[in-house]
Design a protein around this ligand. Structure first.
Ligand SMILES: [Zn+2]
Length: 231
């Protein structure tokens, strides 16, 4: 009995510490930005549907600026609730067709101060034309746009012909048949893009011509007149 207690108590203490540590970790990962977004009523999409995958590219160095743009610890995709509901619908439509597939989010709400940071990084480079001037707000700044792809059951993104944030004409969706004819895209790559567009448009999003990964939940005019930008 005494021997058991001797062994059990340190074990219990060890596990208690583990639990405590993981709780403090959770608190730590809620960055200032995240706290602010929750306060403003934005929704963590994975809390609505935990099967949606998220890999915020601007929270890593794996983006066109090569630097981390989001605050340390900011890992979750937040959207305006209207856009978040549509996204959950899109994931359901996708899973009805391909149960193993999932939407994979690269960027969601993008506060203006992050847009400014991005703009300043590319200001004097060849990439400046591709970043919206933060003085003119865009739908990401309202949590009404999402950048995403589709991944398979192992989390591997489907081949869409170009990477996310590719600055070239084949990122556009206007003339995909032409790109196939020119040998710049394959039929399968275009089919993968069409699947993404199908589930997103059926859920109420609108694609844009220049970027296969970007979808809007409302028009910019609606957002500017009815919703608040996130500073
Ligand atoms: Zn976008």
């Amino acid at each position: 009995m005494t021997l058991n207690k001797k062994f059990i108590l340190p074990f219990l203490a060890f596990f208690y510490c583990l639990v405590l540590n993981s709780q403090t970790d959770n608190i730590k990962t809620l960055s200032l930005l995240e706290t602010k977004l929750i306060h403003l009523g934005f929704v963590n999409v994975q809390q609505l549907d935990s099967t949606i995958r998220v890999e915020l590219k601007y929270a890593t160095t794996d983006n066109f600026t090569g630097i981390i743009l989001y605050d340390a610890g900011f890992r979750n995709a937040y959207l305006h609730s209207l856009a978040a509901d549509k996204l959950v619908k899109a994931q359901k439509i996708l899973k009805n067709i391909y149960p193993d597939y999932s939407l994979l989010i690269y960027d969601a709400v993008r506060p203006l101060h992050i847009q400014r940071k991005m703009y300043n990084v590319v200001k004097n480079t060849s990439k400046h034309a591709y970043v919206a001037n933060p003085e003119r707000t865009g739908l990401h700044n309202y949590g009404m746009a999402v950048d995403l792809t589709i991944c398979d059951g192992s989390g591997k993104p489907l081949d869409m012909g170009t990477p996310f944030d590719y600055f070239g004409r084949t990122a556009g969706i206007r003339d995909e048949e032409g790109f196939i004819r020119e040998g710049l895209l394959t039929r399968q790559q275009v089919k993968n893009r069409q699947l993404l567009r199908k589930v997103m448009t059926e859920a109420g999003f609108k694609p844009i011509l220049g970027e296969w990964w970007h979808f809007n939940a409302v028009s910019l005019q609606t957002a500017r007149s009815q919703y608040k930008v996130v500073e």
